[in-house]
Design a protein around this ligand. Structure first.
Ligand SMILES: [Fe+2]
Ligand SMILES: [Fe+2]
Length: 253
């Protein structure tokens, strides 16, 4: 497995590993700046490959910030491996995640961000927006790069397949396909909960008017990010509602 590296926004490098067994890409984003930022550590098993890919862009020991959305192995599983090679690196995530998970999990104390707190890395400024249970996880949140309007959106707009690094195509349709596919699986079902907060939280993200949606799984979307985020809320609702109809039909019939 070899990582593919593409610059998907100014200074934002997408390091992608495709896993055929899952028909899924795992994307890690390195932001080159005065204080380099890695968003998504990747799993421990992928660490050597992601580290080698980062090494072609910067000296990985220079990484200053390590961030992610929510506590899960593809998001932050290799955090301590990165901390062991980058002596100046600090984990940075939402204050809730820092308190409930990372203060114990991490070998180095984290920096916790409150709502709308800004992390400056040099040319780039990253605003933290908590999104509890979107896409999933109490501690979930996203980082929004304000200079170039790049949303590091984690599992939102998740797409299956070994797709192109960057696209202007219909990622909402691909997202619908991915959610419906997972919903049909007895193991992967209920991937993204739909709640009364889902569309409100997506509207908050849409109000940022992102031009680029850097998805963890699938292509980075370039275009009207607000419209894609709003449309994704209806996709989550419909996939959830269809599943509820199937299960109530099964029990009632
Ligand atoms: Fe996740
Ligand atoms: Fe993920």
């Amino acid at each position: 497995m070899t990582a593919r590296i593409d610059e998907v926004a100014s200074d934002v490098y997408r390091i992608s590993l495709y896993v055929p067994d899952f028909d899924l890409q795992f994307n890690h984003f390195l932001v080159k700046d005065d204080e380099p930022l890695l968003f998504h550590t990747g799993m421990r098993g992928m660490f050597p490959m992601v580290r080698d890919a980062v090494s072609t862009l910067i000296d990985p020991t220079d990484i200053r910030w390590i961030s992610w959305s929510h506590f899960e192995v593809d998001e932050c599983g290799a955090l301590n491996e990165w901390l062991s090679i980058a002596p100046g690196a600090t984990p940075v995530c939402g204050e809730l995640g820092a308190m409930i998970n990372i203060a114990d999990f991490s070998n180095r104390p984290p920096r916790g961000l409150g709502r709308d707190a800004v992390l400056e890395t040099g040319r780039h400024r990253f605003r933290f927006i908590p999104t509890p249970h979107l896409p999933h996880g109490w501690d979930a949140g996203v980082l929004f790069e304000e200079t170039d309007r790049v949303l590091l959106c984690s599992d939102l707009l998740h797409q299956l397949g070994n797709v192109e690094p960057s696209t202007t195509a219909d990622v909402v349709g691909r997202y619908q396909h991915a959610l419906a596919t997972y919903q049909a699986s007895p193991v992967l079902m209920e991937y993204v909960p739909y709640t009364e907060n889902t569309k409100r939280q997506l509207a908050t993200l849409a109000a940022l008017q992102p031009r680029t949606l850097a998805a963890m799984h699938g292509s980075t979307y370039v275009g009207d990010g607000a419209a894609a985020l709003i449309a994704s809320g209806e996709v989550i609702r419909q996939v959830t509602a269809a599943a509820a109809n199937v299960s109530s039909g099964a029990h009632g019939g």
